[in-house]
Write a protein that binds this ligand. Structure first.
Ligand code: GAL
Length: 333
């Protein structure tokens, strides 16, 4: 009898201690390993085509849109979803080159599509670089839909406030004000364009970093400080990533500071993601490793970055682990 009771007791105690510290047990299993350098595949084994991605988190799901470069020089825009930035489901082609808005041309370079959600209008809004084949048009375009995976209709296209505009991104401030940020006037400056309340048009322009030829901007806010990552303009070839910070989006940006190695670890900035957990917040840098070796096989690279008062620790990691529940990250075990 004694021989039976003892093992039963041990099993029962183990189970109880695990359920008593259920959170601990779960957290042990909630580490996701992110490994860089490979093509991302969907559950169906297809290559994820969402280059220069833009992200939107809804509840526990990350939505990602980006350039579909399978037809390298005629990009469309695809939408994917994931819970862990690793297992991606293809949702929909939301902009099809020459089909979604044939009036804008059938062979456009549709680049750097970024996704916003407007709480007031309850619409999903896409802003992107809307270009001609020789990059002479220097235009942007805006689309919107009432569902994330709905039909995106063209809202506007052209040069924002008449200003030539190329590489772009979006940023939503804590008060809900949204901005379109783009490289302006033949790649000379960065333009900070405040969007209208419905996010569908540009209403105000502020020139930042005059004559400094920055592109691929990505802004993140920590407390009352904005940090902006950007690259130089060297086409698909990687170059030095630089960081600047300010307490005001429109002025007072610090001099550009080199971060990381001189090629941004062979990437160009696309986004900074905030992984807010129960214990801490981790920031993830997302960059494009273009033409690796061709455009369609460009890689999406992710690694954690951390900020000091005025700078950022920007170190590539081939592999790391992230806990989406607690917000922590750690070196791969
Ligand atoms: C890069 C830019 C890309 C794409 C490319 C074309 O500088 O970041 O988005 O426009 O040039 O050469």
């Amino acid at each position: 009898m004694k021989h039976i009771i003892l093992p039963v007791l041990i099993v029962a105690m183990t189970l109880t201690s695990c359920s008593a510290s259920k959170i601990f047990c779960n957290q042990q299993n909630e580490w996701t390993t992110i490994t860089n350098g490979n093509l991302w595949l969907t559950k169906n084994g297809d290559t994820v085509q969402a280059h220069a991605p833009g992200f939107l988190k809804i509840k526990e799901t990350w939505y990602m849109i980006g350039e579909d470069r399978s037809r390298e020089w005629r990009p469309d825009v695809n939408l994917y979803s994931s819970k862990d930035l690793q297992n991606w489901t293809f949702e929909k082609k939301i902009i099809e080159n020459g089909v979604t808005s044939p009036e804008l041309g059938t062979r456009r370079m549709i680049e750097r599509a970024k996704l916003l959600y407007n709480k007031k209008t309850k619409r999903y809004v896409v802003w992107c670089h809307w270009e001609s084949s020789n990059y002479g048009a220097s235009e942007a375009a805006c689309f919107s839909s009432d569902k994330i995976d709905g039909t995106y209709r063209l809202e506007w296209s052209g040069r924002p406030l008449g200003i030539k505009s190329r590489d772009c991104n979006v940023f939503v401030d804590t008060d809900g004000t949204a901005y379109f940020i783009s490289t302006t006037e033949e790649n000379q400056h960065l333009g900070l364009f405040r969007l209208s309340e419905d996010y569908l048009s540009v209403v105000e322009h502020t020139r930042l970093f005059p004559w400094q030829r920055r592109e691929a901007p990505a802004i993140v806010k920590l407390g009352n400080k904005y940090f902006m990552f950007s690259s130089a303009c060297t086409g698909w070839a990687p170059n030095q990533c630089k960081l600047s910070w300010s307490e005001n989006l429109k002025e007072g940006w610090s001099p550009l500071e080199n971060i990381g190695d001189n090629k941004a670890f062979r990437t160009q900035p696309a986004a900074i993601l905030e992984i807010k957990g129960t214990k801490t917040t981790t920031f993830l840098y997302v960059g494009d490793r273009w033409k690796d070796p061709n455009l369609a096989q460009s890689k999406t690279i992710i690694f954690p970055v951390s900020f000091t008062e005025t700078s950022c620790d920007f170190q590539y990691r081939n592999s790391f682990e992230i806990n989406f529940k607690t917000g922590e990250w750690r070196e791969e075990k």
